[in-house]
Design a binder for this molecule. Structure first.
Ligand code: NAD
Length: 295
């Protein structure tokens, strides 16, 4: 029987509705959560992401600010904007859209954002908090979304063999830190595979939970999946497809058709992990506002 689909779009909708309700309650107490997004340059994909983040914020009843800067912006100029947002009490979350133009060091920018406004969870303080299991920190939105998908789909994670493919700072490593904790939707035995891993299939084939974030279109085939596994495909890759109007389509890092015949549960691409990222950004912003109110 083909795998059951984990409907990321529906689960993300559920979370966004919850966030909207909780935002309204906070507004009634006099605080409107505010998110500022800075976009430097004119990368078309980044512009689309930034626009949808702003729209999602407004839909949730949050205050949304988008700062668009030219590609020629210098590092000190960008840092001055970050400083102003750090000091602005109406802003609870700050996000600088990556990638940045070459003249700007992303690490310097990330370290400049106040950790308590770093809703992307990339500041070293938040990275450390996630590693030690301190839930006061902000978890990067994509791995947080994957964990929420597991939780809300009722996937048993305790003691499970969880194999993560990819070790990036935005997905693979924080995913590892989340799944290894002793809390709920975690408590797994975690293996992280990467580009130097020998015999990738030997690892993936023993995964009860397989999370793939490698940026390699359809690299995980059904033959590499354990029968009955839960497969979470983080990958978003554009591949050429002459049959579509745009000439391309989006595929994951998992070969959906073959993996679906073997797995028990699987996320599609699109409408799997993708919509969860924005939902978790809203959730992080709400929490940043709550924490600001409490402090
Ligand atoms: P990245 O390029 O920073 O990292 C890719 C990782 O995959 C590396 O750690 C590398 O070691 C590993 N890798 C590459 N080839 C491999 C191989 N043959 N075997 C094993 N490991 C291999 O990527 P990223 O930023 O983590 O993104 C990964 C994918 O997830 C991309 O397709 C990206 O578009 C997607 N993504 C989606 C979302 C979302 O919102 N759904 C968010 C972030 C990233």
């Amino acid at each position: 029987m083909p795998a059951e689909l984990i409907d990321g779009a529906a689960i993300a909708r559920e979370i966004r509705d919850e966030v909207a309700r909780e935002t309204a309650a906070l507004v009634a107490r006099g605080v409107r959560p505010g998110l500022a997004v800075i976009l430097v340059g004119d990368d078309p994909a980044s512009a689309v992401y930034v626009q949808s983040k702003g729209k999602a914020c407004e839909e949730a009843g949050m205050h949304s600010v988008t700062i668009r800067l030219p590609a020629s912006t210098t590092e000190p100029e960008l840092l001055a904007h970050v400083d102003a947002l750090n000091a602005d009490p109406a802003i609870h979350g700050i996000l600088v859209q990556m990638p940045l133009p070459k003249q700007i060091d992303p690490d310097v920018v990330i370290r400049r954002i106040r950790p308590d406004k770093d809703v992307d969870g990339f500041h070293p303080v938040n990275v450390g908090k996630v590693l030690i299991g301190d839930r006061d920190g902000f978890v990067p939105c994509t791995p947080a979304g994957v964990q929420e998908l597991l939780l809300r789909s009722g996937v048993e994670t305790k003691g499970a063999e969880c194999v993560i493919v990819g070790r990036s700072n935005i997905v693979g490593k924080p995913m590892m830190a989340l799944m290894v904790q002793s809390g709920r939707a975690a408590n797994a035995t975690v293996t992280v595979c990467h580009s130097a891993t020998r015999d990738l299939a030997a690892h993936t084939a023993r995964a009860d939970i397989l999370i793939v974030a490698a940026g390699r279109p359809r690299m995980i085939t059904g033959a590499m999946v354990k029968p009955g596994a839960t497969v979470i495909d983080v990958g978003i890759n554009r591949v050429e497809d002459a049959s579509t109007k745009s000439g391309y389509r989006l595929v994951g890092d998992v070969d959906f058709e073959s993996a679906r015949q073997v797995a028990a549960r699987i996320t599609p691409v699109p409408k799997g992990v993708g919509p969860m990222t924005i939902a978790m950004l809203l959730s992080n912003t709400l929490r940043a506002a709550r924490q600001a109110l409490a402090s």
